[in-house]
Design a binder for this molecule. Sequence first.
Ligand code: C2E
Ligand code: CA
Ligand code: CA
Length: 310
Amino acid sequence: GAQYMGASLGISLYPDDSASSVELMRHAHSALRAAKTAARGSYRFYIEEFTEITRSRLELRRRLHGALKRGEFTLVYQPQLDQQRHTVGAEALLRWSVDGKAVPPDEFIPLAEEGGLIVPIGLWVFEAACQQVAQWRAGGWQVPVISVNVSTIQMREPGFAQALLALTARHGVPPASLVLEITESQLLDESLYGIALDLKNAGFGLSIDDFGTGHSSLIKLRGLPVGELKIDKVFVRDSVHDASDRELCATVNALAHTLGLEVVAEGVETQAQFDLLVSMGCQRFQGWLFAPALTPALLAERWLQRAEAG
Ligand code: C2E
Ligand code: CA
Ligand code: CA
């Protein structure tokens, strides 16, 4: 088939931006980074403030190194509801606070992935979620399935499935009470199918995150041992007004139905979006219409049921 390639350009000029080749390259890299964040396939000329941005990225990356040890991470949980608004799950979302200020995950997760730090951080997330499940249970709460985000960099670590199994065993949590969310674009790499199968065989649920953004073919989907698709929030956002996004939401629901997969719509913010998704047969919902990500105590108080005594 046809292959399509795109390119982003970062440009620095001799001698205006610098007289040294090393520095010119560094400036071009800063400009490239800005080009990539602005839009795919665009270009940027170097301007001095890019150096500032690069510097603050470097500073963040440096701080990220000690963040685990300093206990700067926490998990918050966003409920997933069925059509009757009963809690059927919750997604664990990582929070990092530096000097009391929250750094958005979309900023620090890519940094952690670049440096490989996502491996220990991801394990911390997984263990914290296991601990939380055990703690809620001990507190007498009925705990729904908890979804944890996993980066494919973690999946590629030898012995990943065994490491997760050991953590569930340590905390007395059955693997089936956890779902691992993997983004669609990362799952396109077929070398991961074997690892995905190991995880499924270990008893974990698997979910494809940001579905609709990664161009999975039906054939690929059928080859994957997943039980759930999450419709990306960009499609939910415009589904009420944009015909092609509405079409995509409807198609994902129909496809999932055919393949026997669950669908979670994420980023549901309005009643109109909810009603539309219900009309498409969608069964699970996550978004600010219901609740943002909450501390464990608030999630239990507002969204969990007491387990039956005896
Ligand atoms: P994601 O997995 O797609 O998570 C959903 C994001 O949508 C969360 O952002 C959540 O707060 C936000 N969200 C929830 N409801 C709504 C809504 O109604 N409207 C809108 N506009 N947004 C909503 P958050 O917490 O900032 O996380 C951003 C991304 O960071 C996540 O996207 C995920 O890719 C990554 N991430 C978060 N925690 C982890 C983690 O523990 N490990 C890894 N590898 N990635 C993580
Ligand atoms: Ca997710
Ligand atoms: Ca998502």
